[in-house]
Design a protein around this ligand. Structure first.
Ligand SMILES: C/C(=C\CNc1ncnc2c1ncn2[C@@H]1O[C@H](COP(=O)(O)O)[C@@H](O)[C@H]1O)CO
Length: 275
């Protein structure tokens, strides 16, 4: 056989001619490597990212119903909103929810403290930051992420809704990601409750007077957010949101099932064998 017709199989890959390597994959794996540049290469990163999803899904899949609470990392325990966040943690546990936060200080710590002291499930999804703070002491289940986007998937996937306290850029990022996912129907039946009328009103005014007026959002988009002032109102709003939205979901599912059944019953019997 002529050399150029020789076929070399490397796993699922077929190689010929100049594409045939001088050594086997196994041999290259076992060869001593002096440099560790591959640690910082994208293929290696993909595996690291994958492991964050595997660990996150594995740790949270059996958590049960949960609500995420977001807010400033800088809020001090003397701040009245800190006390509201603490109360929210407690009230959510009393309603049967686990409490998920970013695992850091401020509002996150307050909500975790309230949840833990009420004997509930207190979860912290931390993030590697330049000035590492570590997870707050009130967390019973903690995961530390390298990548913001993997962590954000966990908040959305394992929460039934979001409660958002006053905060800065981090909080706004988490809030607007959720609004966008609800607006684009990537998630459905997902209540978002803002706490602090005075704090959030200017933002809501801007959404209405600038974004709505300019036509970059539409009227129903404004209804995706509910603003309240107290912990009690926040938890009532989230519970009502989760309940009424899941009721709507159940009704929609029942309607779809009925329509499918009717559709099947109305079809010619021979049709079913072609499905
Ligand atoms: C800045 C300080 C600590 C930072 N530690 C954080 N730990 C965990 N999660 C954080 C941290 N900082 C921000 N986040 C996430 O963003 C939201 C708060 O950000 P904001 O800019 O303060 O609004 C929060 O919900 C976290 O998910 C110590 O001062």
């Amino acid at each position: 056989m002529k050399k150029e017709n020789h076929t070399y199989q490397s796993g699922p890959v077929i190689l010929r001619g100049s594409m045939i390597p001088a050594t086997t994959t196994d041999a290259r794996l076992l060869a001593t490597r002096q440099d560790a540049d591959w640690l910082h290469s994208d293929p290696w990163r993909v595996l690291r990212i994958q492991s964050e999803f595997v660990e996150g899904f594995g740790a949270l899949a059996e958590l049960g119903p949960a609500i995420s609470v977001f807010g400033s990392a800088r809020t001090q325990p003397e701040d009245p909103y800190y006390r509201e966040a603490e109360k929210i943690g407690r009230l959510l546990v009393e309603e049967g929810y686990a409490v998920i936060t970013g695992g850091g200080p401020g509002m996150m710590e307050a909500a975790n403290k309230g949840a833990r002291e009420a004997g509930g499930r207190s979860v912290g999804l931390g993030i590697e930051l330049p000035h590492e703070q570590g997870l707050n002491q009130w967390i019973d289940l903690g995961i530390n992420f390298r990548y913001f986007f993997a962590r954000k998937t966990m908040f959305m996937k394992y929460s039934y809704g979001y409660i958002v306290m006053p905060g800065g850029f981090g909080t706004l990022d988490e809030l607007f990601e959720a609004i966008t996912l609800v607006q684009t129907k990537k998630v459905q039946n997902f209540p978002i409750v803002l706490v602090g009328v005075k704090f959030w009103q200017p933002l809501l005014g801007w959404l209405k007077d600038t974004l709505l007026a300019k036509g970059t959002i539409s009227e129903p988009d404004l209804e995706l957010l509910k603003v309240v002032d107290t912990a009690q109102e926040a938890v009532e709003a989230i519970v009502e949101g989760v309940t009424s939205l899941s009721k709507a979901q159940a009704e929609a599912a029942a309607r779809a099932k009925l329509a499918a059944t009717n559709g099947k019953n109305n079809r010619h019997p021979e049709m079913s064998s072609h499905e």
